[in-house]
Design a protein around this ligand. Structure first.
Ligand code: GDP
Ligand code: MG
Length: 439
């Protein structure tokens, strides 16, 4: 999706105005790109029509910078389709708030239950209880018990020889006794939606009266994710969605269509197997990500969380003032290597995801070291003022780093375009990322 859309925008940029046929061509490409990313056909059709209407209404044909306007409209409409704002968990008036996890087998229910419990515990100082109500897979109960031990959250279980409804009933009684303010029910899944599973879930729902029925969907299942979401929503009237495995090579298409088809908010996204890897779903950020602009907001969030806040602000300022230099670049590279799964972070830095050098480095950590070697071979002055890099200096750097001159040139070229892109984005020249300004 990303590269397709970017191509569509590239084709538009550099032109003084957009003709009707340009607009039609771009819309065609956007439609193909979305379909390519497994977005539901009807959603795509509706989406493209919305954007087209807006584009025409906004007088794009007479605008000063039509390509930017179209990017902005596409970004806004993507955000709107996904719900505009992050939606928090429902809360009960009197404790406990009951959250029921539902979804197909392997979607990530048990993992997400643990992630959610950890999040509630740390961010909301809550005392959750988890209930093991998957009695079909022999290891399911143990799995939840282990998750509970890891995060020090109690797990209620009765083995696998009871009716899940009875287990939930007993679990809720214990939660009342122990004054747990949250209860998370981990239910069974199937490989396919079937009546037996749905009937059991309906019975649990009728008993537990959950405040939140959180459907867990594997984002990597593409078009099937939409069918799953529709099936569960029709049967259970879910209240929210947790989209898992977004750390994989998924392209966000599922987020777009699940919301459009079920009209239920995506509340959380799973971004890894670890119990810390849960994030609130931000439609605007997802839109930017789908557009391939990198999710700079999330990145800055992460940087703030894991690193010095001041440093992150300084970096933002540097990007905005266009004084981002090779020292900053190096600092970023080092930071990235410390921030865990490189692939995740790469996607988040505008210009990096589609940067061929970075892509290579991403697949091969050795490449990353090569890039670093090149930067380390620069003098302090060269790093701070890349514009002084003359051919003879570049040759010296090539010798120093043991990399061919072509690679040195390429790294410098990529650095420059990345810098330019980051600056443009931070100054709001790329539609949706104008949000950066407000930071
Ligand atoms: P359940 O059958 O729905 O309870 O699914 P599980 O919670 O057992 O998860 C199935 C598999 O998906 C496990 O190997 C999890 O580690 C993995 N998993 C769950 N969420 C994520 C995620 O956000 N990212 C990745 N990479 N793996 C995940
Ligand atoms: Mg499970």
């Amino acid at each position: 999706l990303t590269s397709r859309l970017q191509k569509a925008f590239r084709d538009l940029s550099g032109k003084g105005h957009v003709s009707k046929s340009d607009l039609r061509k771009t819309m065609r490409q956007i439609r193909l790109a979305l379909l390519d990313a497994d977005v539901n056909f009807d959603v795509v059709r509706k989406f493209v029509r919305q954007v087209q209407d807006k584009a025409v209404g906004a007088n794009v044909l007479e605008g000063l910078n039509p390509s930017q306007q179209i990017v902005k409209i596409v970004d806004e409409e993507l955000t709107k389709t996904m719900g505009t704002k992050a939606v928090p968990l429902n809360k009960a008036k009197t404790i406990p708030t009951v959250i029921m996890m539902v979804g197909l087998q392997g979607a990530g229910k048990t993992t997400t239950a643990g992630k959610l419990a950890l999040r509630l515990k740390t961010a909301h100082k809550a005392h959750p209880l988890m209930i093991a109500a998957d009695v079909y897979r022999p290891a399911a109960v143990d799995q939840l018990v282990q998750v509970g031990q890891q995060i020090k959250v109690p797990v209620f279980q009765m083995g696998t020889h009871h009716d899940p409804v009875d287990i939930v009933k007993a679990g809720l009684a214990q939660a009342h006794r122990d004054h747990n303010n949250y209860v998370i029910i981990d239910t069974a899944g199937r490989l396919q939606i079937d009546t037996k599973l749905m009937n059991e879930l309906k019975r649990i729902k009728a008993l537990a009266k959950p405040n939140e029925i959180l459907l867990t969907v594997d984002a990597m299942t593409g078009q099937n994710a939409v069918k799953t979401a529709k099936g569960f929503n029709d049967a259970l009237d879910i209240t929210g969605v947790a989209l898992t495995k977004l750390d994989g090579d998924t392209r966000g298409g599922a987020a777009l269509s699940i919301r459009a088809v079920t009209h239920k908010p995506i509340k959380f996204v799973g971004e890894g197997e670890k119990l810390q890897d849960l994030d609130i779903f931000h439609p605007d950020r997802m839109a930017s990500r789908i557009l391939g602009m990198g999710d700079i907001l999330t990145l800055i969030d992460k940087a703030k969380k894991g690193y010095d806040k001041k440093k992150a602000e300084k970096l933002t300022k540097k990007i905005q003032e266009n004084t981002f230099d090779f020292n900053d670049f190096l600092a970023q590279l080092n930071k990235i290597q410390h921030m865990g799964p490189l692939k995740n972070i790469m996607k988040l830095i505008p210009g990096m995801a589609n940067n061929p050098i970075m892509k290579k480095a991403n697949m091969n950590p050795k490449q990353m070291d090569h890039i670093k070697a090149i930067v380390y071979s620069m003098t302090k002055q060269e790093r701070a003022h890349p514009e002084i890099l003359t051919p003879s200096r570049k040759r010296r750097i090539a010798r120093g780093s043991g990399r061919p001159i072509q690679i040195v040139n390429r790294v410098i070229k990529q650095f420059n375009s990345m810098k330019k892109l980051m600056n443009q984005m931070s100054n709001g020249n790329f539609g949706g990322l104008g949000k950066m300004n407000k930071m």
